[in-house]
Design a protein around this ligand. Structure first.
Ligand code: 5RP
Length: 234
């Protein structure tokens, strides 16, 4: 079965492989999305078999999945470290020779602010994806979480950077997506992003932007699940 470009099997292989790396005593950051959900499922089974971990979720969704799987959940300010974060991505640069290798676009689930906090805090951050997420150059829209009354002024600043902002609508509802933090999301199309680090710095400097979905230089490894195997990019 295919979901948003990748198969369930590929996502399962990536998520399960990441979960297998979790050892007793680990504090795990749990990302958001369908691929991470496979890792959470696998961790739940391991916990039922005796694995002792604590998990710091990145969203309401991942917190709920963890609780359903009987994984002990804690808060960022209740731990002294996060050993490993497991998280998905919407796009990953897969060009070992390029400086942007491993750069990500995240935020398809509108959870990228907390995801960046947890992923960047972790000692090791592993990205779990299927091959449909790999690209030579980032070119998807970059999600910006914005303060609600800032969305139009932030939109103007994005246009000054040659981007085209679209306020994300909630599917099936008459209104915008509201994040776990009570903010809105602007999906900003920039075309091909040749210098993600530079764009990331510019977006971070816009007042009213809570966080953007460019993750540059954060990932330690990418686990790419396929229908019949798994590839690891370090
Ligand atoms: C949520 C995210 C997700 O990790 C990203 O959208 C990938 O999700 P999926 O594994 O369902 O394709 O960034 O904010």
């Amino acid at each position: 079965m295919k979901t948003e470009g990748g198969t369930d099997e590929a996502k399962r292989r990536a998520g399960e492989r990441a979960a297998r790396a979790v050892e007793d005593g680990t504090v795990v950051g749990l990302g958001t999305g369908s691929t991470t959900a496979c890792a959470i499922d696998a961790l739940g089974r391991a916990v039922a078999d005796g694995l002792e971990i604590r998990a710091v979720p990145t969203s309401f969704q991942s917190r709920r999945l963890a609780l359903e799987a009987d994984i002990p959940v804690t808060e960022l300010d209740a731990v002294d470290r996060i050993d490993l974060a497991i998280d998905g991505a919407d796009q990953v640069v897969d060009q070992p020779a390029a400086s942007a290798h491993g750069a990500l676009i995240k935020g398809g689930g509108a959870a990228h602010t907390r995801e960046k906090l947890i992923d960047a805090t972790a000692e090791r951050f592993v990205v779990v994806v299927d091959p449909s997420k790999l690209t030579d150059e980032l070119d998807r829209s970059v999600p910006l979480e914005v303060l609600p009354d800032a969305h139009s002024v932030v939109g103007d600043r994005v246009r000054e950077l040659s981007g085209e902002p679209t306020l994300r609508d909630a599917t099936g509802k008459d209104g915008p997506v509201v994040t776990d933090n009570g903010n809105l999301v602007l999906d900003c199309a920039f075309g091909a992003i040749s210098e993600p680090g530079d764009l990331a710095s510019r977006l971070s400097r816009i007042p009213g932007v809570v966080e953007h979905g460019l993750f540059v230089g954060l990932a330690d490894a990418t686990y790419v699940g396929t229908d019949d195997g798994l590839e690891v990019r370090e």
